[in-house]
Design a protein around this ligand. Sequence first.
Ligand SMILES: [Zn+2]
Length: 270
Amino acid sequence: MFPAMFETYIATKKDFDTIKEALKYLNKKELDFIFSERKLLKNTALVTYDSKFMYIIQQGGAVEKIEHNTKILDDDHLGWRASVTIEALKGKLTNTNLTYISGPFPTPFIELHKKKRTSPYTSKESYMATIIHEFGHVYYENVKNSWFSDYNRNVNILETVVDLYEGKSNKLKDLIIKLPESYIETEIFAFCTDYTATSLFWPEYKKVLDVNYLRSTKKYLKIERENKSTLEESVLDDPHIASVAIGKILIEKYGNKWVDILLVMDRVVS
Ligand SMILES: [Zn+2]
């Protein structure tokens, strides 16, 4: 075990600047084909933390600083999530109109990943891609949630099905089909989002990532082969492994259409 490195860490201006820079990349027009309805990201704020304070950062740049009186572990500095997982911080969020992604500042994130032998997350670019990845989850989940929660859409679906069983198909062409949220699909969507941003903005980091993904995919292929005789499940049942595999295939096979393949079936077909 390494001794904890960031138990007394206080964020610097450079840390905040990197988060601002990540948000600038998030809003670049090159990503408009992914986030075609940018309003779905509008109500998402970032929650980050150092040893003393949590910071709620709005996409417009406003920062609210709140003392948290809780112990932040080195493990809490390893990644971002599309939610707030540290309970003590979650309890301090009062604005119910916002959704939150949360994670560490770049300095502890990068320094702690440098201690891991094979982690690709050792650069500013890798950190920014991680934040963009979480916005991929937010976007996917906002599109997909409507499937079950939209009364009019659901009635429309069922009326169309009644028609179909009665041998009529007049409502079919106006029906937009989205499949419900899936925990593997959201990971594939987030992977494709950050991999696309990385390809477009950070070619050097993409090389690092590709070396890493090649190595991990070879490892999982080996495990899959070894497991053949003993197990029914596949390594691809793990959403992170599936995202690296299936996401790569979708991007290489369909180009920018991976967005539509994951979000709206009809647009792909027509
Ligand atoms: Zn993810």
